[in-house]
Design a protein around this ligand. Sequence first.
Ligand code: IDP
Ligand code: MG
Length: 172
Amino acid sequence: MANREYTLVILKPDCIVKSLTGNIISRLSEARLRIVGSKVVRVSRELAEKHYAHLKEKPFFNDLFDYFSGKIYGEDYERVLVFVYEGEDAIGRVRRIAGATNPFEADPTTIRGAYGRINQKGVMENVIHSSDSPESAEKEIKNWFKPDEIVEDIYPTKKVKLDGSEARVWAE
Ligand code: IDP
Ligand code: MG
């Protein structure tokens, strides 16, 4: 494959609240990419701050966290679905299907253009996250997944002793 890439995709809590999960996964499957990891995650403050490190100092970060963690929708929706997709030009392909960050500026045929909104707190509820470069994809995938949760060897790993047994972790 000429330009094999990995990308982290998150179906955010608004995707789950609006029952869009199946729909979005179908849209992504049209891109002919392969899922190499997936799980459902309850987003902690620590994980959100790592994931959105570039936004941590913004005045809207608290409201962004309440949205991204699902807190604003109630306990039943405090979760996200996380995927690692792999394939040719995976990052650009998913970003194009997702659309622009601001749902009101996104092309209406994209996921964010069709299903996103800006809430009363001014937070862009835009249904889906996807990595924007190979560097951020690697960082994000390592934040969200352990090596053994991905079915291919995508980044270097090392073995460490943990409670007397061996575990595989990301090398750096
Ligand atoms: P991206 O999701 O298109 O990569 P980022 O700039 O990385 O865009 O922002 C991450 C998320 O933070 C956005 O998807 C959106 O939910 C939220 N966000 C970003 N900028 C703003 C803003 O100016 N106001 C409100 N929410 C924002
Ligand atoms: Mg981003």
